[in-house]
Design a protein around this ligand. Sequence first.
Ligand code: 1GP
Length: 253
Amino acid sequence: MNILNLLIQKQTLGKKSIAVLIDPDKVSDRVQLQHLIDLASENCVDFFLVGGSLVTTTNLTEIISQIKQNVNLPVILFPGNAMQVEPAADGILFLSLISGRNPELLIGQHVVAAPVIRNTRLEVLPTGYMLINSGRATSVAYVSNTIPLPDDKYSLAACTALAGEMLGLKLIYLDAGSGAEKEISAKMINAVRRAVSVPLIVGGGINTPDKAQAALQAGADMIVIGNALEQDPNLLIDIANKVYEWNERIGVR
Ligand code: 1GP
């Protein structure tokens, strides 16, 4: 089954997913990456996301190949720009940064990437990407040259997501930015959840099991964990367990 259909099917069942985000710049060696891959495999992680707002290393291919050699989980590119297209992955979040007004990230980079992606087997996942203010400036806000959506403008966020859905985007990704000071509030997640019917991805600053639980409870279909695992990979055990427990409670795994 393709990735989008899997996400839709899980959403229909009320089942949640967890993705581990790997920023290629933060991978110092194969042993460290292997530990995270093993933890993901042992703890019912659903997906790997790979990418970053600014990738300065050339190890994207090796990282994907190490994941794929060790675990049978879909690897989804989470690109910061058109240069981060790697055919060895399974899918690509084709992100339109709809919370911003930078034409390059609404359509510009896409024009460059589209013909390259067409010559790969990557599953294209059209995604409305929304940055939400999270305190101090994040790399993604700076690099994207956009102003994140204010974190108390629930209606604005809901209308933005709705417009994205009406434009045909198949996923909405609410992101506070990697290592965000403040994760996205339950109220914000809930406002967007009620506005759209497509699967909702939430990430940025989720660094405790309680924050993961709160995001699931508020309506996230998939949570993304990156930065916290760079500090302490073993945190994945307790965070992934929240997703597992959720799915157990509703009787599906
Ligand atoms: C960042 O949403 C992702 O774009 C994940 O955020 O790295 O803070 O977990 P963290």
